[in-house]
Design a protein around this ligand. Structure first.
Ligand code: GLC
Length: 747
């Protein structure tokens, strides 16, 4: 290591001291406890706190390292008795009695599995999302887990990326609102409550912009996009008190997040005042070797620590290299003290020093508690998005007696739970087939047609067709097995796999009313299948209670209210596709010629010369924020408190919303804003508010959105984040493509 690097290490030490101060309002008693403990710790014990390992599978295998203080956190140990044995070793047999922090990926439920986060986002209901996180915390903490690696806040606009399943979709505002709801649900009102668990805002940052939607791929996010699209949900989570952040795998413009000091220290701590701790993703520190950002593990440890990483998940670079690096003056012990402080602060806040043990009797009464299952069913019901309902095929009326239930997802208890399910039991997962069979007054003709979503064996399709012919209506459950989305599960082709498309085509050919229910981890390109079906209900893997929720929706005991958290492309070639795009210099006006309309020998400049694909057009299949209901809603003319506001002013938007149909239902009213001219080209629309409104038939409610001008601020490289005066438009509507613009000015 050269001298410049040594000088660098000292410089980092000085900055580290500046960053070691906790957020304002920190607990003085905790800080003094930390100081007292730190003063007793050896260098090895300090470095041990920075080390997170995945359970070796037995207490015995980890006991010596825990006893020696070489492990600060263990992930993937979820047997309460083992957790207590490990904590007893840490508390009673180690020199200083520092408790372990036990972690697990509890992404959308621990035992009771809620819809995948993308489905929870489709509810546009932060309260049900908060409740889901609270249920997850209650169940996980009953197993001894006190830290989850959730919420995942990666804005994602590319459905090829398998991890869109874990996020809240394409919009920064929706992602921020849902992320804050999860943080509050996990951490509760009191972090020290044994049923609270520390949240983890991940993956910091920009992971969802992986080039070509290929997981772990590089991202190339420029500064303004980083500030205006990818960072806001993380800033919101920090402001909501998320106790931990996780550095992401990706390099952005050549700098891996795990080695990015501007991100992990300057922005996270310097600008946002975060005083929890930063954990790497699984071996993301070690992966800086593969990135070509580090030459050896000593540089890995140095760059990660200097960037602002506090805890190393599974690269072991910290425990391997830091003792020597400190001795040789390559890194300072002050930097290590700073990281230890951040970790101890969270352990104190969780109350682990007072009580690190789990009540082993809790699990039986907490796992799958009736109230948990009820909340999961409510979330699944609200997550369903009705994309089509020709001739009011849905909900089924009393005239529907015989229902053909077909398709590989009709009775797939494991797959309906979706990705990132470690602890949910498939035998607790109630499928649509099971739920429909339990209903009175209807008979079910079941023929899967295909054994699983990738099944190319068409031999069973004839049976499914026969079942359809013997029935009044057909419900085809198609989509994706759980393994086809989530981490490391990106797809280049996002159409229905296996022979599912053939199944839908053959069912459609019977002429029977065809309802297609899709269960998937992402938007799929289903334009042809939508055209063939009479009704389409889309569920992003609905979880344990998906079956009962779907049965209620099909039979009219519930009314769909979900809205799309991601734009649905017509063809994968349109991806990335999202509503909050810039206008470009050649916006499409919708009258462009499509490929089959182009005359032979058309002249070079004869086409629209605007921004669209000849073979797909400009519009998506379904826009962000879209979702139908069994009823209809009418929006009254929005009234603005003024058509001009000061830069520090506030706009109030009032309107009536009426249920003009025959069913009670919930509408998600959405407020979009456009900044017509700015120091940067600004998106054609941005979601700024939304509200679920439950209405009985004929009922009208008056809805009010408050919009401070500050919420229209954006960050531009020259002047940082600011509100720019100018002309704006706003829309109040039920999706991102509807409504009429209303002008207003910021002076
Ligand atoms: C994984 C994921 C991350 C997860 C962590 C621990 O690779 O990227 O989201 O929390 O490792 O399992």
């Amino acid at each position: 290591m050269n001298t410049i690097f040594k000088l660098g290490a000292c410089a980092f030490a000085l900055v580290a001291v500046a960053c070691s101060k906790p957020q304002s309002g920190a607990n003085a008693e905790i800080e003094s406890n930390i100081d007292a403990l730190l003063s007793q710790m050896t260098l090895d014990e300090k470095i041990g706190q920075l080390n997170q390992v995945s359970s070796y599978g037995s207490v015995e295998a980890m006991a010596d390292e825990v006893r020696a203080g070489r492990i600060g956190s263990i992930l993937n140990e979820i047997e309460p008795a083992n957790v207590n044995r490990l904590q007893r070793i840490a508390m009673e047999e180690s020199r200083l009695g520092i408790p372990l922090l036990i972690a697990r990926d509890v992404i959308h439920g621990f035992k009771t599995i809620f819809p995948i986060p993308l489905g929870q986002a489709a509810t546009f209901d932060p309260e049900i999302v908060r409740e889901g996180a609270r249920v997850a915390a209650a169940e996980a903490s009953a197993a001894g887990v006190r830290w989850t690696f959730s919420p995942m806040l990666d804005v994602a606009r590319d459905a090829r990326w398998g991890r869109v399943a874990e996020g809240n979709g394409e919009d920064p505002y929706l992602t921020s609102v849902m992320g804050v709801a999860m943080v509050r649900g996990y951490q509760g009102d009191t972090l020290g409550n044994p049923a609270s668990i520390a949240a983890c805002a991940k993956h910091f940052v920009g992971y969802g912009a992986a080039e070509s939607g290929k997981d772990y791929n590089s991202t190339n996010i420029p500064p303004a996009q980083l500030r205006n699209v990818y960072l806001p949900p993380f800033e919101a989570a920090a402001a909501a008190g998320a106790q931990t952040f996780m550095s992401s795998f990706n390099d952005n413009d050549g700098v891996p997040a795990t080695g990015n000091r501007a991100l992990l220290t300057d922005i996270l701590r310097g600008e946002w005042g975060f005083d929890g701790f930063v954990v790497t993703d699984w071996n993301s520190a070690g992966e800086m070797l593969s990135h070509g950002f580090c030459a050896d593990s000593a540089e890995v440890a140095t760059k990660a620590l200097n960037a602002g990483v506090d805890m190393d998940m599974m690269s072991f670079a910290f425990v391997k290299e830091l003792p020597r690096l400190v001795k040789e003056g390559m890194v300072s012990e002050v930097q290590i003290d700073n990281a230890v402080r951040n970790i101890l602060r969270v352990k104190y806040r969780l109350g682990l020093f007072d009580n690190p043990y789990v009540d082993e009797s809790l699990r039986d009464s907490v796992f799958y508690a009736p109230s948990h299952l009820a909340a999961a069913k409510q979330a699944a019901t609200e997550s369903a998005v009705l994309l089509k309902n020709d001739n009011h095929v849905l909900p089924f009326g009393s005239n529907v007696k015989r229902i053909a239930v077909v398709g590989p997802m009709a009775d797939a208890p494991h797959d309906q739970m979706g990705t990132w399910v470690f602890d949910g039991d498939k035998d607790k997962s109630i499928t649509p087939l099971t739920a429909l069979r339990e209903r009175k007054g209807i008979s079910i003709n079941y023929a899967p047609g295909l054994a699983y979503s990738r099944d190319n064996n068409k031999a069973g399709i004839a049976q499914a067709v026969a079942a359809a012919r013997q029935s009044d209506v057909v419900v085809a459950f198609v989509g994706e097995e759980a393994i086809l989305s989530g981490e490391a599960h990106s797809l280049a082709d996002i159409s229905l796999k296996g022979a599912q498309r053939q199944l839908i085509a053959d069912l459609s050919a019977t002429g029977k009313p065809l309802v297609m229910v899709v269960m998937a981890g992402r938007p799929l390109t289903i334009a042809d299948e939508v055209a063939k079906a009479d009704a389409v209900l889309y569920m992003f893997h609905p979880g344990t209670m998906g079956g009962p929720a779907i049965a209620d929706l099909l039979l009219g005991d519930a009314n769909p209210s979900g809205k799309l958290p991601m734009t649905f492309p017509r063809m994968v070639g349109q991806v990335p596709i999202y509503y909050a795009h810039n206008n470009t210099g050649r916006p499409c006006y919708g009258s462009e010629a499509l490929i089959n309309d182009i005359p032979l020998e058309a002249g070079q400049t004869s086409l629209g010369n605007t921004s669209y694909h000849l073979d797909a057009g400009f519009d998506p299949l379904f826009p962000f924020g879209y979702g139908q209901s069994y009823t209809t809603f009418a929006y009254g003319e929005p009234h603005l408190s003024s058509d001009h506001i000061a830069k520090d002013g506030k706009l109030t938007v009032d309107f009536d919303l009426t249920n003009t149909g025959d069913y009670e239902g919930a509408e998600v009213a959405q407020l979009y804003v456009r900044d017509l001219h700015g120091s940067l080209a600004r998106p054609v629309k941005e979601l700024k508010r939304f509200q679920r409104v439950n209405l009985k038939p004929g009922e009208t409610q008056h809805v009010t959105f408050e919009l401070p001008a500050e919420d229209l601020a954006f960050w531009n490289p020259e002047e940082k984040r600011h509100v720019e005066p100018g002309q704006f438009q706003l829309w109040v509507a039920g999706d991102s493509q509807s409504g009429q613009p209303i002008a207003f000015t910021i002076e």
